[in-house]
Ligand binder design. Sequence first.
Ligand SMILES: Nc1ncnc2c1ncn2[C@@H]1O[C@H](COP(=O)(O)OP(=O)(O)OP(=O)(O)O)[C@@H](O)[C@H]1O
Ligand SMILES: [Mg+2]
Length: 533
Amino acid sequence: MEALRFTTEDAVSLEGDLHPPEGPAHGSAAICRPHPRQGGSKDHPLLWTIRGELTRVGLFVLAFNFRGVMGSGGSYGGGRAEVRDAAAAVGRVRETSGGPTLLCGWTFGANVALREAVVVNGPRAGALEVFAGLNSPALLRTLGGDDGAILRQFIPWPFTGTPTAFMAGRHVRLEAGWPPDLEDANIKLSDLGRHPAGDGRWLVGRNERGNVLTAGLNDDTPHWLVSGTTGSGKTTALVSAVAQLARDPANRIILIDAKHGKDFRHLAHLQDLCGPLADDVDSARAALTWACHEMAARYSGGQDTRRLIIVVDEVQELTDDPLTLAALRKLIAQGRGASIHCMIATQHPTADALGDRTIGKNLVGRLALRVIGPEASRVAVGSKTPRADYLLGHGDGYACAPTATHRVQIALFDGDLSLGDPGLAEWPEANGDLPERASDFGGDELAISLVVAAEDKGRPALQKMCEEDGLGKPGGGRAARLLQLGRDMRTWLVINDYCLPARQPDTHPAGYEIAPNGKVLSVCLPSGQAGSL
Ligand SMILES: Nc1ncnc2c1ncn2[C@@H]1O[C@H](COP(=O)(O)OP(=O)(O)OP(=O)(O)O)[C@@H](O)[C@H]1O
Ligand SMILES: [Mg+2]
């Protein structure tokens, strides 16, 4: 990509970026962006997609900002002066290559492009064909009122490329359905080639261009949310992923299906399962609590470095149980550093059904299958577009990672399962205690907890002190866990011959003096009301 500037007939300097074709050049194209005043953004994924398609079919592509927008000079010209911008862009991009020039735009940009094309004379341009998205009945059916997308495509004559290039763009494709040659909804995993080796990756299916799509449990997407209405293909997608992940000896798997485990039953003897298939709330709670203890062991230097993958189908069945929810929240929030990853599926992608907003926030990878309505789509996809409520069902989905979004048809697992016996015959009974780590709390809270424990005070004193020090009043459960940590710390100090003299509230830094063998350690409380330890 080359950033460049060029000048219009009326001497306005515009900024743009020029993208070379992926292969030999057959022509050029300019993209007129939507105007920010019209609610458009220069970085809309639709435009990237169009740009990608155009470079792929062998065009130099100039994407530019109209006058008055971002780094371009001049000021807004009411859509009339902008025609000159489009003309200048066409002139500039035609310097890069012979062959036809495509001028395209979206919303405001489309109107400008349309007018520019109308005023162009001579053999270099002619309105060979227009695809006006909204004129197509299929698009009209699927576009929601808030989409407001107008797509016009002007193809200067003669043009030998593929005029349907735009329709292959993922956002346009979203609305237009799969191209006929890709609408096969029964893609077999075995037809996609070899399983990706290691790194927590699995083959998801084919994307809109027919390419094989791989996803991973990695730093970008440590955890995945799989959403879709009933029958959309969630379990099918999970089974396909799990069957592949189980082939890697670096993975261990926990399977939870709180709705009786019916759909996971055939995976119950999958190789490298940590324990039995958890098929109700009690066993799910036990399995997740076990995983929390495993996480704590790993953080305290445990030896097992294998990836622990927790797969939960129908998670909405579990989130009413506070302990299960707490365990899940903890694993999702803190698992990554301990190589613990979660794949969570739900029929009801709403913040409430997930039990907790932080859960949704930490599920960075999204596999959105067909959902009902724009709100569910928003949670499923993690953003307003693309719209998962326009998907076709039966494994038609979006795979969304922070770096890319792909339309994908999920592949059906058709291989042999690698079987073995679960590591544990039964999940240890969950006694309600989730292991706490000091890093769950801030340093200020820990300092307070130690002071309160040293003074043999209880939870109310701890809550009061946190509140007075501007840390907010911790809830009962959190305060109890914090106090326990403070007591553990005190015990450790005492065992190790540290003494805890009385606090002197008015000294600064005030606090405790701990003098092991003449050494003084210091712990500061947030307000400075207690200091040396
Ligand atoms: N990737 C796919 N390719 C082709 N067909 C699929 C695919 N995924 C699902 N289907 C079809 O849809 C049906 C339902 O799929 P699945 O059981 O995975 O849906 P679900 O979202 O888990 O539904 P529920 O919420 O009821 O459990 C399957 O039996 C199959 O016929
Ligand atoms: Mg299911």
